[in-house]
Design a protein around this ligand. Structure first.
Ligand code: TYD
Length: 211
């Protein structure tokens, strides 16, 4: 699958501020004249948004890890077919709040070791990694306080508590080491403007090197 566009993802634990940073980067790149699509997972296309409600609402034990993996992958496939791939083919910059690295962490690590299944299914059904992944790294205690402060109904994962978030943080840092070519780590404990400046620097460096 070859594409003319750029595929940038944001990853991090719940409450790391990545959604805000994804939006700020989209605004910034639009100001510079780029054609940008800002999207998120799970979701991003009408079908995938319906699956989002299934996976994020309800009891933490509503689905087994395996079922969840299939649902997230189904949502991603639809998102890829309907939104991401067409935008890439049109030469746009796609910025996505979470992508397959979240599945590698949340479904791959949280309840048993399903990482090999996650990777196999990804290769079979998605077959594409981001060009650049920005990891907003921060202390889970801080992140969880922010996430809980939002008090939404999408709390299945946030309900897993701080032990899981610790594990996720370490897992994301390990993933960054596993895929050093595309991962860039940013300190999310700084104020929003400082994080945003770091994000812009990383994005600019990627875009200039890919021309
Ligand atoms: P998100 O809407 O990004 O929440 P937040 O802004 O709080 O980070 O993601 C919702 C939840 O979905 C989050 O707890 C992580 C989880 N998730 C998975 O478990 N697997 C996945 O593949 C994705 C994309 C998200």
């Amino acid at each position: 699958m070859t594409s003319k566009g750029h595929f940038i993802t944001f990853e991090g634990i719940d409450g790391s501020g990545k959604s805000t940073q994804a939006r700020l980067l989209a605004d910034h790149l639009r100001d510079l004249g780029h054609d940008v699509i800002l999207t998120r997972e799970p979701g991003g296309s009408p079908g995938a948004e319906e699956i989002r409600a299934l996976v994020l609402q309800g009891d933490p034990d509503r689905w087994s890890a395996e079922t969840e993996l299939l649902l997230f992958t189904a949502a991603r496939r639809d998102h890829m077919e309907r939104l991401i791939q067409p935008a890439m083919d049109a030469g746009k910059i796609v910025i996505c709040d979470r992508f397959a690295d979240s599945t590698r962490m949340y479904q791959g690590l949280s309840r048993g070791d399903l990482r090999a299944k996650v990777d196999t299914l990804h290769e079979l059904m998605i077959g594409r990694e981001p060009d650049l992944t920005i990891l907003i790294d921060m202390d889970p205690t801080q992140g969880l306080a922010r996430a809980k402060g939002r008090q939404g109904i999408e709390e299945r994962f946030e309900d897993f508590g701080s032990d899981l978030q610790e594990k996720m943080r370490a897992g994301f840092l390990a993933l960054a080491n596993e895929f050093p070519d595309r991962f860039r780590k940013i300190n999310g404990a700084q104020d929003v403007d400082a994080v945003s400046r770091d994000v812009q620097t990383v994005a600019a460096s990627y875009l200039s090197s890919s021309d």
